[in-house]
Write a protein that binds this ligand. Structure first.
Ligand code: PLP
Length: 433
């Protein structure tokens, strides 16, 4: 039995190159982080060899004595990390990732073609919250359920709760989804609860981006108001790639969420759990209860604040004017440039972030903004000073992109700019035609 270097030098080399890229770049993608060596050890362990369909004590395979112990430990730590009373809340730690976790909730509490409302993707929502265009139902969520997105008030960059309420009263959704992939502010869960109650809908929060911040109590607590909370485990929570679903134990709207959700995960949509991931997740949930983790999450927020202030000083327009969490969304349109080209130029300088739609954008292919997150570089030890310098680097990148744009017509820069020009985004490029 050989190690990777002997068994497969080709894959070894690719991993080494990726490791070097991660090490050398300024990693500013808001949904990424660096997990710990301990988590990676668990993920790379013999736990990957075991089948364990079912739940602890109720498996369809033998030999699960230790896997049961592990999954129960992971569940207990998940509830403890989010300060939940195990009599009132339960959790399923088997979802393979965030999108499957969300779809599992939908199939648990909805019938095909029931109505849902989530934040529109061009306004910061996630594909799995029901994204569709005028011409196409894009995600499975919008194919199998009827989706009516809510949006931001474009003048403030904040969720337009008044419009959500008016629309919900007419559309009568069975599920309202809070949570986002690119929203720099807290959700008003109390308001959303009222709207959900008024129309008889379940209220779910997808806290994928901010779950680390929730665990550390540095943002509002969605568990106070929501019936179901889903999350990925690899973003601000800093665990391995995976997902979790938290559910209220008492029936909601006549539905026993515990059995509906557990059955939706298995046998509904998944087979054997990824036990190596559950092992890594248990480790990260232990970290998430430590004072160091709380201090880290406080720094994630203060670093992001420093980045936002510096960008404001430099004259950038930030969606909603700033940030309460781990990300800022910069509207580059007033600068006369788009997010796609800036992303590409910064990539050439090993600054990794992503282009992002901003409210009012016409094209998803060449969106007008960039999303910048603080979790990963905070893990790498960046302080506020580091994030102020990062804002200055980004500003330099924007200036270079503008200069290139100014010089381009008829010059030798044409080829360079072709390279820099908005790259195809395989899923979304079809949407603008
Ligand atoms: N939910 C939100 C809010 C997300 O931002 C993401 C991913 O970025 C997901 C769900 C999906 O997670 P995954 O990519 O693990 O399926």
């Amino acid at each position: 039995d050989y190690g990777l270097t002997e068994a497969d030098p080709e894959v070894r080399r690719i991993i080494d190159k990726e490791k070097e890229r991660q090490f050398k770049s300024l990693e500013l993608i808001a949904s990424e982080n660096f997990t710990s060596r301990a988590v990676m050890e668990a993920v790379g362990s013999c736990l990957t060899n075991k089948y364990s369909e079912g739940l602890p004590g109720k498996r369809y395979y033998g030999g699960n004595e230790y896997i049961d112990e592990l999954e129960i430990l992971c569940q207990q730590r998940a509830l403890a990390a989010f300060h939940l009373d195990g009599k009132k809340w339960g959790v399923n730690v088997q979802p393979l990732s965030g999108s499957p976790a969300n779809f599992e909730v939908y199939t648990a509490v909805l019938n095909p073609h029931d109505r849902i409302m989530g934040l529109d993707l061009p306004h910061g929502g996630h594909l799995s919250h029901g994204f569709m265009t005028a011409k196409r139902r894009v995600s499975g969520t919008s194919i199998y359920f009827e989706s009516m997105p809510y949006r931001l008030d474009e003048s403030t960059g904040l969720v337009d709760y008044d419009m959500l309420e008016k629309t919900a009263v007419l559309f009568r959704p069975k599920l309202i989804i809070a949570g986002a992939s690119a929203y720099p502010r807290d959700f008003d869960y109390a308001r959303m609860r009222k709207i959900a109650d008024a129309v008889g809908a379940f209220l779910m929060m997808d806290m994928a981006h901010i779950s680390g911040l929730v665990a550390a109590s540095v943002v509002a607590d969605p568990f106070e108001y929501c019936d179901i909370v889903t999350t990925t485990t690899h973003k601000s929570l800093r665990g391995p790639r995976g997902g979790m679903i938290f559910f209220k134990k008492d029936p909601v709207l006549g539905v026993d969420l515990e059995s509906a959700i557990n059955n939706a995960v298995f046998p509904g949509l998944q087979g054997g759990p990824h036990n190596h991931t559950i092992g890594g997740l248990a480790v990260s949930l232990k970290h998430a209860q430590s004072p160091e983790f709380k201090a880290y999450q406080n720094k994630v927020v203060s670093n992001c604040g420093a980045l936002a202030s510096r960008l404001n000083e430099l004259g950038y327009k930030l969606v909603s004017g700033g940030s309460d969490n781990h990300l800022v969304l910069v509207d580059l349109r007033p600068m006369g440039i788009d997010g796609a080209r800036v992303e590409k130029i910064l990539d050439l300088a090993s600054i990794t972030l992503n282009k992002n739609s901003v409210p009012g954008d016409k094209s998803a292919l060449v969106p007008g903004g960039i999303r910048i997150g603080s979790p990963a570089m905070t893990t790498r030890g960046f302080t506020e000073k580091g994030f102020v310098a990062t804002a200055d680097f980004i500003h330099e990148g924007v200036q270079i992109t503008l200069e290139a744009k100014r010089l381009v017509s008829g010059s030798k820069l044409q080829d360079f700019l072709k390279f820099v020009a908005a790259p195809d985004f395989p899923l979304l490029d079809k949407l603008s035609d």
